[in-house]
Write a protein of this length. Structure first.
Length: 142
């Protein structure tokens, strides 16, 4: 199983008020088994933007905290025609363009999108490519 990590998970690694034990567990697993994780290329930009909006040292936190995570071996997936076509189907279900890319990547990789966005998860719950982390880790979490 490939786990697609949402920006909402990564932000919780660096913003104290947003911290969550499930996000911390994901980070630990990602660092020890990066080959089991993927992010779309927009992930880096989303995390950077949020950290700079919410953290007084956003740029520094991104460089010192997020860059090492991005370089640990997880798959950083580029936007392709296939991913865009897949995302289009999720946009039709009501997801934003950003969220649709995460969902489409999970589907393309036969994985699961890990997010704290309950609304987005609910919109595509029937497709079974996402898991909302607010209550639990996925049942098939290793």
């Amino acid at each position: 199983m490939i786990w697609v990590v949402d920006a909402s998970v990564a932000v919780r690694w660096f913003i104290e008020q947003e911290s969550h034990s499930h996000a911390d567990i994901i980070l630990d697993r990602l660092l020890s088994n990066p080959e089991k994780f993927a992010v779309p290329e927009l992930f880096c930009f989303e995390v950077y933007a949020v950290l700079n909006r919410l953290h007084p040292l956003g740029n520094e936190v991104f460089i010192n905290g997020m860059i090492p995570v991005l370089q640990c071996g997880l798959l950083r997936y580029p936007m392709t025609e296939k991913l865009a076509d897949g995302a289009s189907a999720f946009i039709k279900r009501g997801l934003t363009g950003y969220d649709a890319c995460y969902a489409a990547l999970a589907k393309e990789l036969n994985g699961k999108w890990l997010t704290f966005d309950h609304r987005a998860h609910r919109l595509i719950q029937g497709v079974k490519v996402s898991h909302c982390l607010t209550q639990s880790l996925p049942a098939d979490w290793p």
